[in-house]
Design a protein around this ligand. Structure first.
Ligand SMILES: Nc1ncnc2c1ncn2[C@@H]1O[C@H](COP(=O)(O)OP(=O)(O)OP(=O)(O)O)[C@@H](O)[C@H]1O
Ligand SMILES: C=C(C)CCOP(=O)(O)O
Length: 253
């Protein structure tokens, strides 16, 4: 199996998170042009929902489980984030990237908000044929609570483990995890409690930056480092030339 890069495009960078499904098409074209120019390396993309999914998930209280009344929220939330997925895939394809959208609602099953099954063998096949699968945070059926929201961050950790990826990056709207205005270069289980890491500041049902770090620390426990950096540093992350952001890893030896 070739080494696969797992890259998440944060919802905060591809949508205006204060709007209602306000897709930033210019930003998408810019990112797509960068990825197209790089060619070859096996790449799996994941994107967050931003303002296409978080408002619906909150409105229908999808995270609290299904009550009977909120069942239409499954469709509404999935439709919103699928719209964004189509825009991401469309920009990539326009730029010449062989991208295909993949919806976690179709292939994942959760229990208590955590994925318990998630097919990835076809994703491996795709990357081996030069296809870039594009997944996204989604509503997923849940055997304990009816449905739940699986964040793009949870998908990143799942994919990185299943695909044995050693390059895992999350592009966001901040230069990294900040403490008193400066980027924290490295986070591990040892120093995380000393940091002030908050939610998103915008509509977000998956815990914002704090939720992200909790997911990525689990990935670090599995021996896989990950990186959070500003979207303008995607090339530097891919080239491994210093993204200036935060690396989440195991405790320093
Ligand atoms: N200590 C911190 N350092 C940096 N950002 C922080 C911190 N605490 C909270 N944040 C907030 O976290 C936000 C990034 O998290 P958010 O979940 O919105 O990103 P995203 O992954 O791009 O979005 P999505 O979940 O929609 O994909 C930042 O815009 C910032 O407002
Ligand atoms: C709200 C939905 C549908 C997915 C959330 O994924 P995230 O934006 O990566 O947290």
């Amino acid at each position: 199996m070739t080494e696969t890069v797992v890259l998440k495009l944060g919802g905060s960078v591809i949508t205006d998170k204060s709007g209602e499904c306000a897709i930033d098409h210019a930003r998408l074209r810019e990112i797509a042009a960068h990825l197209a120019a790089r060619g070859a390396a096996a790449l799996v993309l994941v994107h967050g929902a931003g303002s296409c999914g978080h408002p619906e998930a909150r409105r229908y209280r999808i995270g609290d489980g299904l009550t009977g009344e909120n069942v239409p929220g499954i469709y509404e939330t999935h439709a919103a984030v699928s719209r964004l997925n189509a825009a991401v895939v469309g920009s990539l394809r326009d730029a010449g990237v062989e991208a295909i959208g993949i919806h976690p609602l179709d292939l994942g099953l959760a229990e208590g908000g955590r994925l318990v099954s998630f097919e990835t063998r076809h994703i491996v096949e795709m990357t081996e044929h030069g296809i870039v699968p594009v997944l996204h945070g989604d509503v997923v059926m849940d055997r304990l609570q009816g449905s739940c929201i699986v964040s793009g961050d949870q998908l990143v950790t799942r994919l990185a483990v299943e695909l044995s990826s050693r390059r895992v990056g999350l592009a966001t709207d901040v230069p990294g995890v900040l403490q008193n205005g400066s980027v924290v270069p490295r986070i591990d289980r040892e120093n995380v409690a000393t940091l002030d890491i908050g939610g998103s500041g915008k509509t977000d049902v998956t815990g914002g930056m704090r939720g992200k770090i909790m997911e990525l620390l689990e990935l670090a426990d599995a021996g896989i480092e990950s990186h959070i950096f500003h979207v303008s540093k995607i090339d530097r992350f891919l080239d491994d030339t210093g993204h200036g952001g935060t690396t989440i890893g195991r405790d320093a030896p």
